[in-house]
Design a protein around this ligand. Structure first.
Ligand code: SF4
Ligand code: SF4
Length: 284
């Protein structure tokens, strides 16, 4: 069960922009071009339907921790049924709302400068919890770490001189701190998430409805403009109109910087559309 791990700062896992919690987005608006990400996770309602090759007590621990974490981070949840062979299984669908920076098609995170993270002291929680993402069960940490360090090209140190990161549970203080902070952030983001789901159900702000997100789940996550969520935060009293204007102005500056010739990045069209949308929201 024990695992050792040290980051050698090879930068190989900084191969794309990291997913952010909603509450992290504003502080990183000068770094990433932000998009709302909407995704469905499913878990059987009953342990008996949780398909796992693990021994019974481990499968049980993983099931209940998964359930707790999904509830903790979800914006909403609802029951669903699905066929498994000839059997109908009861599931719970969890709607996840997070922020995914626009992929600029460069093959690296926009915050990577050479081989270093240019925002290291304020890097997102998902980066601070590498290699054990805070949203995944601690009871599955050894399996997750093994899969992470086995990724081709990753040069993580796992030898006897590396610090112990998993003993009877996660033992790394930095990873534990990131997990606690993410849990606290999920709680403080809940009011914003609930207001976004309400707008989704009403078909407001150009957001997809929960059913549309569910219908596209097999093809992956959906993304949408962050303009709606910023407006909703403003209407809910979570941020001021001035703060929204500053956020949009910061995003516009960043987009303009990416579009400056010779840009050549693969997402020029998407960036151009975002710029027009943000500018029309606050005409000069
Ligand atoms: S924010 Fe920093 S640590 Fe995180 S993926 Fe980007 S470069 Fe890597
Ligand atoms: S792949 Fe491993 S060693 Fe390289 S930066 Fe990521 S965590 Fe560190």
């Amino acid at each position: 069960m024990e695992r050792r791990f040290a980051c050698t700062r090879c930068a190989q896992c900084c191969n794309r922009a990291p997913e952010l919690e909603l509450g992290e987005a504003a502080a990183l608006a000068d770094v990433f071009v932000l998009r709302l990400m909407l995704r469905i996770y499913s878990l059987p309602r009953a342990l008996a339907d949780f398909a796992s090759d693990l021994p019974r007590d481990q499968a049980s621990a993983e099931f209940y921790e998964s359930k707790r974490l999904l509830s903790q981070f979800a914006a909403a949840s609802w029951p669903a049924k699905a066929q498994r062979g000839t059997v109908t299984v009861d599931y719970v669908q969890y709607l996840s709302l997070s922020v995914l920076p626009l992929d600029l098609g460069t093959g690296t995170c926009p915050a990577l400068g050479g081989d270093s993270c240019t925002i290291y002291p304020r890097r997102p929680l998902s980066c601070r919890s590498v290699p054990l993402h805070y949203s995944r069960p601690a009871v599955a940490a050894a399996r997750e770490l093994d899969a992470f360090v086995a990724t081709p090209g990753f040069r993580c140190e796992t030898g006897p001189d590396a610090p112990l990161v998993i003993a009877s549970g996660i033992a790394d203080p930095a990873i534990l701190a990131a997990r606690s902070e993410a849990a606290a952030l999920a709680q403080s983001d809940q009011r914003w998430k609930t207001a976004i789901v309400k707008a989704m159900r009403a078909g407001a702000h150009g957001l997809p409805t929960p059913r549309e997100v569910e219908a596209s789940a097999a093809r992956g996550a959906l993304t949408a403009s962050m303009l709606g969520p910023w407006r909703i935060a403003e209407a809910t009293g979570l941020i001021t109109r001035d703060a929204t204007e500053r956020l949009l102005a910061t995003q516009c500056q960043l987009i303009e910087q990416y579009l400056r010739p010779p840009s050549g990045i693969a997402t020029d069209q998407a960036l151009g559309e975002m710029l027009r949308e943000y500018r029309s929201a606050f005409p000069a």
